[in-house]
Design a protein around this ligand. Structure first.
Ligand code: GLU
Length: 400
């Protein structure tokens, strides 16, 4: 018996991680590739966080913990939700997991039955539809293109809701477009959701602290208090605190859901890494001033990349309002021919060409549900980004 399950057959490997793996392979062969595919900050985990983790090891915090998080970390998460989002969550309303992806996985596996629908605005983060499919659900994709600033409208949402809808996913600022919803836009979506009590809202706020818009960051449950009991507010340590490898995601939500997620986690990973939990505790409760400095660095990188990509023939790059991604439209390059005589027929062909010729790794738009385009993560140094964009400009110019 060598076949895998039908659930596994419903998903594809993560396109972002696949491209990062390809970059590692090329580098191992001595090929110099600029990797702009992985969505992780180039900044290091702050020293005070590392010290807290080392202390946790020395203090013997090396054993199992409570399944969905130590009480001290839940206190710090509750304080964070209050401080940053004006949201109150008690310990029974908080779940700590092995990364934001695990949080989503727990929530969907805990709530979806076969055929349940999950509304996912596109472009979307690559893993949303796959996790939904794995859990037996059906992704319902709502396309929100550049003409609507990559944000869904209340009319679109209402038209997509059926008696089988279980969840709407909102991700602001968005991976991959950087689009950010205002409080008014959330309220307008909330008015629709309020009419359908079969629908829950999952807000992925992972990029909360990477924000350039003039309006302040808001999260759905904060601006739609009537839907607080129907919202799972997801966040994590990875992006804000440059802790991708530590794997700490968390969520605040209704206690019945948090309890279900705990039950599932007790039969899969058990607790998230004990040392990482102490590190996340330090990150959330320590000084936060470096977040602004890092945000300023991301903003100047964004400005560089947007301007250079808009100067590349055939590309059009909207200005993101948050996160550390740009999502240029590559329609102007489809059908063009490379110097080697290959026709660029898709965004996958285009990023293959960039990888082979420019030695720059990006992720093709089809993986995020909107083609032809691609995603670049600008969470790398200014100089490297300048070099990468120069190479992309030359590669685009070489297409005929
Ligand atoms: N969220 C990041 C990205 O989109 C990390 C990789 C992943 O898990 O997809 O690149």
């Amino acid at each position: 018996m060598t076949t895998t399950s039908s659930a596994l057959g419903r998903i594809a490997p993560s396109a972002t991680l696949a491209m990062s793996g390809r970059v590692m392979e090329l580098r191992a062969k001595g090929i110099d590739v600029i990797g702009l595919s992985a969505g992780e900050p180039d900044f290091d985990t702050p020293d005070f966080v590392k010290e807290a983790a080392i202390k946790a090891i020395r203090d013997g915090h090396t054993k199992y913990t409570a399944v969905d998080g130590i009480p001290e970390l839940k206190d710090a998460i509750a304080a964070k939700f209050k401080r940053d989002n004006s949201l109150e969550y008690g310990h029974d309303q908080i779940s700590v997991n092995a990364g934001g992806k695990h949080t989503l996985f727990n929530a969907f596996v805990a709530t979806l039955d076969a055929g349940d629908e999950v509304i996912i605005p596109a472009p979307y983060w690559v893993s949303y539809p796959d996790i939904v499919r794995f859990a037996g659900g059906e992704p319902v994709i709502l396309l929100a293109g550049a003409d609507q600033h990559y944000k869904i409208t209340p009319e679109q949402l209402e038209a997509a809701i059926t008696p089988k809808t279980r969840w709407l996913i909102l991700n602001s600022p968005s991976n991959p477009t950087g689009a950010a919803y205002s409080a008014e836009e959330f309220k307008a979506l909330g008015e629709v959701i309020a009419r359908y009590d079969n629908v829950m809202v999952m807000t992925d706020d992972m990029y909360e602290h990477i924000w350039y818009a003039d309006i302040p960051f808001t999260t759905f449950a904060e601006v739609c208090p009537a839907l607080y009991d129907r919202t799972l507010t997801v966040n994590g340590a990875s992006k804000a605190y440059a802790m991708t490898g530590w794997r700490i995601g968390y969520a605040g939500g209704p206690d019945w859901l948090i309890k279900g997620m705990r039950k599932l986690q007790s039969q899969s990973t058990s607790n998230p890494c004990s040392i990482s939990q102490h590190a996340a505790l330090a990150a959330l409760s320590g000084p936060q001033d470096f977040l602004k400095e890092r945000n300023d660095a991301f903003r100047s990188r964004r400005d560089l990349v947007v301007s250079m990509l808009n100067d590349a023939p055939g590309l059009s790059c909207p200005m993101p309002e948050g996160a550390f991604y740009v999502y240029p439209d590559a329609s102007g390059l489809m059908g063009k021919t490379t110097p080697a005589g290959n026709v660029i027929e898709s965004d996958e062909d285009l990023i293959g060409y960039f990888l082979d010729e420019a030695r720059v790794a990006a992720v093709h738009g089809a993986a995020f549900g909107l083609s032809p385009g691609f995603r670049i993560s600008y969470a790398t140094s200014y100089d490297v980004l300048e070099e990468a964009c120069t190479r992309i400009q030359s590669s685009c110019a070489a297409l005929a």
